[in-house]
Design a protein around this ligand. Sequence first.
Ligand code: DX5
Ligand code: ZN
Length: 227
Amino acid sequence: MKIILSPSILAADFNALGKQINMIEEAGVSYLHIDVMDGHYVPGISFGTPVIKSIRRNSNLVFDVHLMVEEPIRMLEDYKNAGADIITVHAEACSDLMATVNRIKSMGLKAGVSLNPGTGLDRLDPVLNSIDMVLIMSVEPGAGGQAFIPSALQKIRDLKEKAEKAGAAIDIEVDGGIRPDNVMNVLMAGANVIVSGTSIFHGDIMENVNNYNKKFKEFEEIIRESI
Ligand code: DX5
Ligand code: ZN
């Protein structure tokens, strides 16, 4: 599986959002993680479709939209029209998860399902063979800058095994508290899409992306040598 970095704009300087996204693109990154919070599913409100529409005009990155929203099925079309390429919904927030996933797929987008730290992998059972990605939260959703919850590592391993058994070719994305100094553990556990807000947008963006790329290379070398 290809390793992908997905920088979360939640940690960006919104006064310079366009410029910072351009820097991400110049650094050779292909994904952009877009955290939408509705003030219901999570306490805070971040931003919605007007912001996504604006940045879509300025960027060719894959828009990896993480909807921390109650009953996202109500607004999937709006997010597609705003420019989403991948839409991830929370299993806990959907009264009909299968219908929500089917709606995303029928719009021609990639579908992801996210699980909070306390939510078991069994919640994926009905949809595992219909989705493109699972997003394992390694912090409680709602805010950037929190510490990585170590139990996420075993959950990633278990998910990898579960997906392999089910013959589901999914990406495993992990979100929250990841930094260059702990990303190796996340990759070793089996994740391949790495979300990072604080450790990309705080400080020098180019340097931060390069620090991740170095770790990704190191990991790929370890894997190559072990084969
Ligand atoms: C948390 C968000 C994350 C968060 C990650 O609710 O889903 O994407 O912004 O940020 P850091 O990397 O700062 O933990
Ligand atoms: Zn996120």
